[in-house]
Design a protein around this ligand. Structure first.
Ligand code: PRX
Length: 635
């Protein structure tokens, strides 16, 4: 019998040791006992981190939607699968049962088929947090199409880059979206993006906000009439274990976004297993993750992980501040939420508001609180623990990445004793290690280094779409035979891990992963800009904010600078999206550079953080004199 649900600490250690000693036996038992397969695997795992090549459950045949929907119909058909809470609290919530989800996914899958979509084709999804978003992912998976969801806060340029990179044939979008008291014209953004996307032959449009939109003849179609005419039976495509399930883009420290490719069987097994354990999920629970499905957290822990367990998963369309700062807690009371999973940036923003927003509501249904996306600082952890969990709900600080597919390091609630700011212990099957700058493993306790994982787990991304070489260079070349996470971490005396943050040029702002290079590229497009460099600095709500150093082609002053700051942020909004806007922009005559012409970001980071006492040796710079000028003019 596999230990699918770990219930106490001794059991955790026992299971963990087994998962390291006999990883294949461990993952084979879980796959066998908890999922349905058309054919079992020939081999559990084959891997080589040098190539790199990773294959789980090779030879197995399955369809993930049968595991997420069909197999629950007999016992849980009338159970709510997706509970949709709209942006406007006056609008009624929707309770979509497993039966209804089955019908909606089948119909949608048939619509895609009628559009000519076949197994292996890529479909881009650009939708707000409405039920059609989850349904469209599952509809793609039903017919073996590869979905590529683009977060509906990205700009037209960012959208077209992603559509073209993976050569999507169809885009699924809506007329617009509601966000607090605003609406956003999504269809307009898609139209603009598609001017540069010759490969897209059709656009399916969900009506959400009843806005006037232009429909391009022959390309754009309203979804609802197509659904009305579609059959509610769609035979699931039988997929190989290693067939791609989806592509999801994440920022890199250089170049264009990386389309991380996740495959079918391993991803399913790992997200389901971790969902069950990390959230201590039980049958009657109502689980709510506030993330957007546009990010990996939504893919794994709103859609696939919960549905594979037959859970009720909440989809929330709104924002925490609308109609007021009590919205999250109102929803917790209304739907009697048992697990609540959110990001530190949301916690910090809400912690600034009055406690009355919380005290009005009954939060006694809560059993587990989760945190994800960035380090949670001690103050936010305590606020969450005291005011939301009332010191009774364990907090699971879950560390993972788009690339890892599922949670790798996290407490198991009611099992692992928690310590604020520690993600604590690796989940079964995960073998973390810390490396020094020379590539040697740092053994022992109370040490810190760069976080790597030694051994594959089922949901590791298999490649970067169209660029396996980049996959190899980014993750497997820094430390031989190890997956390099890009994060720093420390390990304490009991073996707990604390994630200290990125060690590369990725900056996490409000839980969003932003590479500095694409932002610099966007700024440099401005005709007045000669060069720029972006660094992060601490921000009390966002965790980090962005500080830009900009060299202008011609110097100017005062009002001109103010206008330029606005234009630069406008440029970033157009190329990436408002999430990447800079908080501070300093115009400078130069940037500190090494003799080989590389910008010394370490120095810029210290200046942005007001840590100018200890800048280290600057004498080897090409232009050491510029450092003092930058300090004198810094914010
Ligand atoms: O730096 C780590 C941070 O977020 C990065 C991954 O970002 P992304 O791929 O967008 O996925 C976010 C959601 C899984 C990591 O490299 N990060 C994520 N969770 C934590 C974290 N940092 C500290 N503590 C966490 N719990």
């Amino acid at each position: 019998m596999s230990n699918y649900h770990i219930k106490h600490l001794e059991e955790y250690y026992k299971v963990y040791r087994k998962s390291v000693r006999e990883p294949e036996v461990f993952w084979e038992e879980i796959a066998e006992e908890h999922f349905s397969w058309h054919k079992k695997w020939d081999k559990v795992l084959e891997w080589d981190f040098k190539k790199p090549e990773i294959k789980w459950y090779q030879g197995a045949k399955l369809n993930i939607t049968e595991n997420c929907i069909d197999r629950h119909l007999r016992t849980k058909g009338d159970k709510v699968a997706i509970l949709f809470e709209p942006n406007n609290p006056e609008e009624e919530a929707q309770h979509i049962t497993y039966h209804q989800l089955h019908e909606r996914v089948n119909k949608f899958a048939n619509v895609l088929k009628n559009e000519g979509i076949k197994k292996g084709d890529r479909v881009c999804i650009y939708l707000p947090m409405i039920p059609e978003l989850a349904v469209s992912l599952l509809a793609c998976a039903r017919i073996g199409a590869i979905h590529s969801v683009v977060f509906a806060g990205f700009s037209a340029t960012a959208l077209s880059t992603r559509i073209n990179d993976s050569d999507c044939k169809v885009v699924i979008t809506s007329d617009g979206s509601f966000r607090g008291n605003k609406t956003i014209d999504l269809k307009g953004i898609v139209d603009e993006a598609l001017e540069d996307c010759p490969g897209v032959h059709s656009v399916l449009v969900v009506n959400r906000i009843d806005s006037e939109i232009t429909m391009k003849e022959g390309r754009d179609k309203l979804l609802q009439p197509l659904l009305d005419n579609a059959s509610s039976h769609c035979e699931p495509e039988i997929m190989d274990a290693e067939d791609p399930l989806f592509i999801l883009y994440t920022s890199g420290s250089t170049g264009k976004p990386k389309g991380m490719v996740h495959t079918t069987a391993g991803y399913m097994v790992y997200t389901a297993y971790t969902f069950k354990n990390v959230f201590n999920y039980k049958d009657d629970d109502i689980y709510w993750c506030t993330a957007d499905i546009g990010w990996i957290t939504g893919h794994s822990y709103i859609v696939y992980g919960p549905l594979a367990n037959g859970a009720t998963t909440v989809m929330f369309e709104g924002v925490p501040s609308h109609p007021d700062y009590g919205r999250f807690w109102e929803v917790v009371e209304k739907h009697k939420i048992t697990q609540f999973y959110t990001a530190p940036t949301a916690i910090r923003a809400l912690a600034k508001e009055k406690l009355e927003y919380i005290d009005k509501y009954d939060l006694s249904s809560l059993k587990v609180l989760g945190s994800v996306g960035e380090p949670i600082n001690e103050e936010a952890w305590h606020w969450y623990n005291d005011n939301i969990g009332k010191k009774k709900s364990p907090i699971v600080d879950t560390w993972w990445q788009t690339e890892t597919g599922g949670i790798l390091i996290s407490p198991i609630p009611y099992v692992t004793p928690t310590i604020p700011t520690y993600a604590t212990l690796p989940l079964p099957g995960i073998q973390p290690c810390l490396m020094d700058e020379n590539g040697e493993e740092i053994k022992g306790k109370q040490v810190d280094g760069r976080l790597c994982i030694k051994y594959p787990w089922p949901s590791i991304a298999r490649t970067i779409w169209g660029n396996h070489q980049r996959y190899k260079e980014t993750y497997f070349s820094t430390y031989e035979n190890n997956y390099f996470t890009g994060d720093g971490a420390l390990r304490d005396t009991v073996g707990y891990y604390r994630i200290t943050g990125r060690v590369d040029d990725v900056i996490i702002v409000s839980g969003h992963n932003l590479g500095t290079a694409p932002i610099e590229d966007a700024i440099n497009e401005h005709p007045a800009v000669a060069e720029s460099a972006i660094v992060g600095f601490p921000h009390d709500v966002k965790g980090n904010a962005l500080y830009g150093y900009v060299i202008l082609k011609e110097t100017g002053e005062g009002r001109l600078h103010e206008n330029l700051r606005k234009e630069i942020n406008q440029m970033i909004t157009e190329h990436i999206g408002p999430i990447a806007k800079l908080d501070k922009i300093q115009f400078t005559p130069g940037l500190p550079k090494t003799r080989s012409g590389k910008i010394m970001r370490r120095i810029l980071r210290k200046i942005a953080c007001n840590e100018t006492d200890n800048l280290g040796d600057t004498s080897t710079l090409l232009n050491p004199e510029v450092v003092q000028t930058i300090i004198d003019n810094s914010f």
